[in-house]
Design a protein around this ligand. Sequence first.
Ligand code: CO
Length: 210
Amino acid sequence: MKIYEKLLLENKAWAAEKVLDDPDFFHRLEHIQSPEFLWIGCSDSRVPANEITGTQPGEIFVHRNIANMVVHTDLNLLSVLQYAVEVLKVKHIIVCGHYGCGGVKAAMTNHNFGIINKWLRNIKDVYRIHREEINQISEEELRLNKLIELNVKEQVLNLAKTSIVQKAWQNDHRPHLHGWVYGLNNGLIKPIFEMEAGTHIDPIYEFDDL
Ligand code: CO
């Protein structure tokens, strides 16, 4: 059996088990999705959104990229965000990073990675903003973990800077924003930052004509 054929086989078994458990499962999900959460996570294969939160298909709308970034010129992210907020009307957006993130680790080095440099630049910007706090930590791994936490916080703030989120805050008092970090070593999520809908941010970034 080819390695990818195992996936298809496992899929058959999974679908059969779902139907056995709940005969109506796929019929219910076929025509409508109404997730309450948008998940912005790292592409890392060890951090699967549904599995680590015990959620089912239909419960979380997911966007993943290297190091769970919210880049304001990323058309992919913005499309997902707009759809989740304005059409699906999610109540919560979770930015979930993870300790030991290879993307953040790469951004802390001075290596030239080619195309990916452009993506890592966004993380380097976070490093620059918080340079003092990070550099006073002597152990390398703890320095990395600090940047991972601060990066998650900055990405939550980046969400709050979008007109999409500010408009929904003003009109609908949602979504609430959450910054979490997942531990690869113990499977546990640590909440590290939160923004209630309507929280005021740096006025430079607040729109007054939404
Ligand atoms: Co990662």
